[in-house]
Ligand binder design. Structure first.
Ligand SMILES: [Zn+2]
Length: 132
């Protein structure tokens, strides 16, 4: 079995994307896959019940620094994904990444270079201050 790499993934996406190769198809399938991720997470809470979403205002003390903020932020999720929900969400994430890769391919963008540049220039250099 060939070792997985982003490069081989990107080439395979290019090989198998036939029906939805129009940029409009890629964009709308990407948007659809994002909605399906949201739906899968919601169904984990509302249908399965393996997780609960307890959405409340983030309670953050006024006198903390930005670097301390993470200690006070909640994901609003309690519980753990069951195997079925985890598999569904991972499937939807994979499909989303497929269409992100298809979009990169449409504009001749190398995913590994893109991620490496983001890692070097945003994550490492700016850290938590570089996120939007
Ligand atoms: Zn579940």
């Amino acid at each position: 079995m060939e070792k997985f790499s982003l490069e081989s993934f990107q080439h395979k996406v290019d090989d198998v994307l036939v029906r939805h190769s129009s940029i409009l198809d890629i964009l709308t399938k990407l948007q659809e896959s994002s909605a399906r991720i949201n739906r899968a997470v919601a169904k984990s809470a509302t249908f399965c019940g393996c997780i609960e979403l307890n959405i409340t205002k983030q309670e953050v003390p006024q006198d903390i620094s930005y670097s301390q903020l993470k200690d006070y932020m909640s994901s609003h999720v309690t519980g753990n994904l069951c195997d079925v929900c985890r598999e569904k969400i991972e499937q939807e994430l994979s499909i989303n990444f497929f269409y992100i890769t298809a979009l990169a391919n449409a504009f001749n963008t190398n995913i590994e270079d893109l991620l490496n540049n983001y890692y070097e220039n945003q994550l490492k250099t700016l850290g938590k201050y570089g996120l939007l």
